[in-house]
Design a protein around this ligand. Structure first.
Ligand SMILES: [Zn+2]
Length: 187
Protein backbone atom coordinates (compact mmCIF):
# COMPACT_ATOMS: atom_id res chain seq x y z
CA UNK A 1 0.00 0.00 0.00
CA UNK A 2 2.84 2.39 0.79
CA UNK A 3 5.63 3.48 -1.50
CA UNK A 4 8.26 0.87 -1.90
CA UNK A 5 11.88 1.65 -1.22
CA UNK A 6 12.56 1.82 -4.93
CA UNK A 7 9.61 4.14 -5.45
CA UNK A 8 10.78 6.50 -2.73
CA UNK A 9 14.32 6.28 -3.98
CA UNK A 10 13.21 7.31 -7.44
CA UNK A 11 11.13 10.04 -5.88
CA UNK A 12 14.15 11.43 -4.07
CA UNK A 13 16.69 11.09 -6.82
CA UNK A 14 14.57 12.28 -9.70
CA UNK A 15 12.20 14.78 -8.23
CA UNK A 16 11.49 16.25 -11.65
CA UNK A 17 10.29 12.91 -12.90
CA UNK A 18 7.73 12.14 -10.23
CA UNK A 19 4.94 10.08 -11.63
CA UNK A 20 2.17 9.83 -9.11
CA UNK A 21 0.25 6.64 -8.84
CA UNK A 22 -2.88 6.74 -10.93
CA UNK A 23 -6.10 6.74 -9.09
CA UNK A 24 -8.12 3.65 -9.27
CA UNK A 25 -11.76 2.99 -8.95
CA UNK A 26 -11.73 1.44 -5.51
CA UNK A 27 -12.90 4.57 -3.78
CA UNK A 28 -16.47 4.41 -4.80
CA UNK A 29 -18.75 1.63 -3.72
CA UNK A 30 -21.32 2.29 -6.39
CA UNK A 31 -20.00 1.56 -9.84
CA UNK A 32 -23.28 2.93 -11.18
CA UNK A 33 -22.48 6.30 -9.68
CA UNK A 34 -19.05 6.31 -11.26
CA UNK A 35 -20.49 5.26 -14.60
CA UNK A 36 -23.04 8.04 -14.42
CA UNK A 37 -20.15 10.50 -14.04
CA UNK A 38 -18.38 9.22 -17.15
CA UNK A 39 -16.04 7.10 -15.09
CA UNK A 40 -14.17 9.96 -13.45
CA UNK A 41 -13.34 8.95 -9.90
CA UNK A 42 -12.41 12.51 -8.96
CA UNK A 43 -15.94 13.55 -9.86
CA UNK A 44 -17.48 10.50 -8.22
CA UNK A 45 -15.82 10.93 -4.80
CA UNK A 46 -17.52 14.21 -3.85
CA UNK A 47 -20.74 13.17 -5.60
CA UNK A 48 -21.09 10.29 -3.17
CA UNK A 49 -23.00 10.81 0.05
CA UNK A 50 -21.13 12.77 2.74
CA UNK A 51 -21.95 9.85 5.00
CA UNK A 52 -19.41 7.88 2.97
CA UNK A 53 -16.68 10.52 3.21
CA UNK A 54 -14.60 8.55 5.69
CA UNK A 55 -14.82 5.42 3.58
CA UNK A 56 -13.90 7.43 0.49
CA UNK A 57 -11.06 9.13 2.41
CA UNK A 58 -12.58 12.54 1.69
CA UNK A 59 -11.21 14.85 4.38
CA UNK A 60 -12.82 18.16 3.65
CA UNK A 61 -15.45 19.65 1.35
CA UNK A 62 -14.75 23.26 0.46
CA UNK A 63 -16.81 25.53 -1.74
CA UNK A 64 -15.01 24.82 -5.02
CA UNK A 65 -12.50 22.12 -4.07
CA UNK A 66 -12.26 19.11 -1.79
CA UNK A 67 -9.40 17.33 -0.04
CA UNK A 68 -8.91 13.57 -0.18
CA UNK A 69 -6.22 11.12 0.86
CA UNK A 70 -4.37 9.35 -1.90
CA UNK A 71 -5.36 5.69 -1.85
CA UNK A 72 -1.84 4.71 -2.91
CA UNK A 73 0.36 7.17 -1.06
CA UNK A 74 4.00 7.80 -1.81
CA UNK A 75 4.41 8.70 1.82
CA UNK A 76 2.25 8.78 4.91
CA UNK A 77 -0.39 11.54 4.68
CA UNK A 78 -0.07 11.99 0.90
CA UNK A 79 -3.26 13.82 -0.03
CA UNK A 80 -4.76 15.67 -2.95
CA UNK A 81 -6.64 18.93 -3.34
CA UNK A 82 -9.16 18.59 -6.15
CA UNK A 83 -11.51 21.11 -7.80
CA UNK A 84 -15.07 19.83 -8.10
CA UNK A 85 -15.01 21.05 -11.68
CA UNK A 86 -14.02 18.39 -14.19
CA UNK A 87 -11.24 20.28 -15.94
CA UNK A 88 -7.84 19.51 -17.37
CA UNK A 89 -6.90 23.08 -18.18
CA UNK A 90 -5.19 24.91 -15.30
CA UNK A 91 -5.42 28.25 -17.07
CA UNK A 92 -9.15 27.72 -17.41
CA UNK A 93 -9.81 27.45 -13.67
CA UNK A 94 -11.96 30.30 -12.43
CA UNK A 95 -10.10 32.47 -9.93
CA UNK A 96 -12.26 31.47 -6.97
CA UNK A 97 -11.38 27.83 -7.57
CA UNK A 98 -7.70 28.58 -8.12
CA UNK A 99 -7.61 30.56 -4.88
CA UNK A 100 -9.27 27.86 -2.84
CA UNK A 101 -7.06 25.21 -4.42
CA UNK A 102 -4.04 27.03 -3.08
CA UNK A 103 -5.62 27.95 0.26
CA UNK A 104 -6.48 24.32 0.91
CA UNK A 105 -2.98 23.29 -0.16
CA UNK A 106 -1.56 25.73 2.39
CA UNK A 107 -3.81 24.32 5.09
CA UNK A 108 -2.93 20.77 4.20
CA UNK A 109 0.76 21.59 4.56
CA UNK A 110 0.17 23.26 7.93
CA UNK A 111 -1.94 20.42 9.28
CA UNK A 112 0.47 17.71 8.14
CA UNK A 113 3.39 19.66 9.60
CA UNK A 114 1.59 19.87 12.93
CA UNK A 115 0.32 16.31 13.01
CA UNK A 116 3.28 14.48 11.49
CA UNK A 117 6.18 16.87 12.02
CA UNK A 118 6.81 16.78 8.29
CA UNK A 119 10.14 18.35 7.39
CA UNK A 120 9.39 19.16 3.79
CA UNK A 121 6.83 18.71 1.03
CA UNK A 122 6.59 17.90 -2.61
CA UNK A 123 3.65 19.78 -4.10
CA UNK A 124 2.65 19.33 -7.65
CA UNK A 125 0.29 18.72 -10.51
CA UNK A 126 0.84 16.41 -13.42
CA UNK A 127 -0.85 18.15 -16.33
CA UNK A 128 -1.28 15.92 -19.33
CA UNK A 129 -0.39 12.34 -20.05
CA UNK A 130 3.18 13.17 -21.01
CA UNK A 131 3.67 14.63 -17.52
CA UNK A 132 2.48 11.41 -15.95
CA UNK A 133 -1.04 12.41 -15.00
CA UNK A 134 -2.99 9.43 -13.74
CA UNK A 135 -6.28 11.16 -14.40
CA UNK A 136 -5.34 13.75 -16.92
CA UNK A 137 -8.84 15.02 -17.58
CA UNK A 138 -9.40 16.22 -14.00
CA UNK A 139 -6.54 18.25 -12.60
CA UNK A 140 -5.55 17.93 -8.95
CA UNK A 141 -2.79 19.04 -6.60
CA UNK A 142 -0.65 16.43 -4.85
CA UNK A 143 0.64 17.19 -1.35
CA UNK A 144 3.36 14.73 -0.31
CA UNK A 145 5.08 15.24 3.04
CA UNK A 146 8.76 14.40 3.32
CA UNK A 147 11.08 13.56 6.16
CA UNK A 148 14.85 13.62 6.04
CA UNK A 149 15.96 10.13 5.22
CA UNK A 150 12.50 8.90 4.31
CA UNK A 151 13.82 7.29 1.16
CA UNK A 152 16.05 5.00 3.16
CA UNK A 153 14.31 4.23 6.42
CA UNK A 154 11.47 5.44 8.55
CA UNK A 155 13.07 8.27 10.50
CA UNK A 156 12.66 9.21 14.12
CA UNK A 157 11.09 12.65 14.34
CA UNK A 158 10.19 14.44 17.54
CA UNK A 159 10.94 11.34 19.55
CA UNK A 160 8.39 9.32 17.61
CA UNK A 161 9.38 6.71 15.13
CA UNK A 162 7.35 7.17 11.99
CA UNK A 163 5.90 3.94 10.80
CA UNK A 164 3.54 3.26 7.96
CA UNK A 165 0.02 3.53 9.25
CA UNK A 166 -3.32 2.39 8.00
CA UNK A 167 -5.10 4.89 5.78
CA UNK A 168 -8.01 4.90 8.22
CA UNK A 169 -5.66 6.07 10.94
CA UNK A 170 -4.16 8.76 8.71
CA UNK A 171 -7.68 9.83 7.85
CA UNK A 172 -8.66 10.11 11.52
CA UNK A 173 -5.58 12.16 12.37
CA UNK A 174 -5.91 14.59 9.46
CA UNK A 175 -9.67 14.84 9.74
CA UNK A 176 -9.26 15.94 13.34
CA UNK A 177 -6.68 18.46 12.13
CA UNK A 178 -9.06 19.94 9.59
CA UNK A 179 -11.80 20.24 12.15
CA UNK A 180 -9.48 22.02 14.56
CA UNK A 181 -8.06 24.48 12.09
CA UNK A 182 -10.67 25.19 9.47
CA UNK A 183 -12.69 28.32 9.96
CA UNK A 184 -15.26 28.11 7.21
CA UNK A 185 -16.32 31.69 7.72
CA UNK A 186 -12.84 32.78 6.67
CA UNK A 187 -13.10 31.09 3.29
ZN1 LIG B 1 -13.81 14.52 -13.11
Amino acid sequence: MYGTVSTLHRFTMYTMEIKFTPWRMHYIKSSDETKRLDGCVLCAIPAASPEDDAENLLLYRGKTCYVVLNLYPYNTAHLMVVPYAHRANLAGLVSETAQELFTLTQRAVAIIEAEYQAQGFNLGMNLGRSAGAGIEEHLHMHVVPRWIGDSNFMPIVGGTKLIPEELSQTYARLHRGWRLTIDDSAM
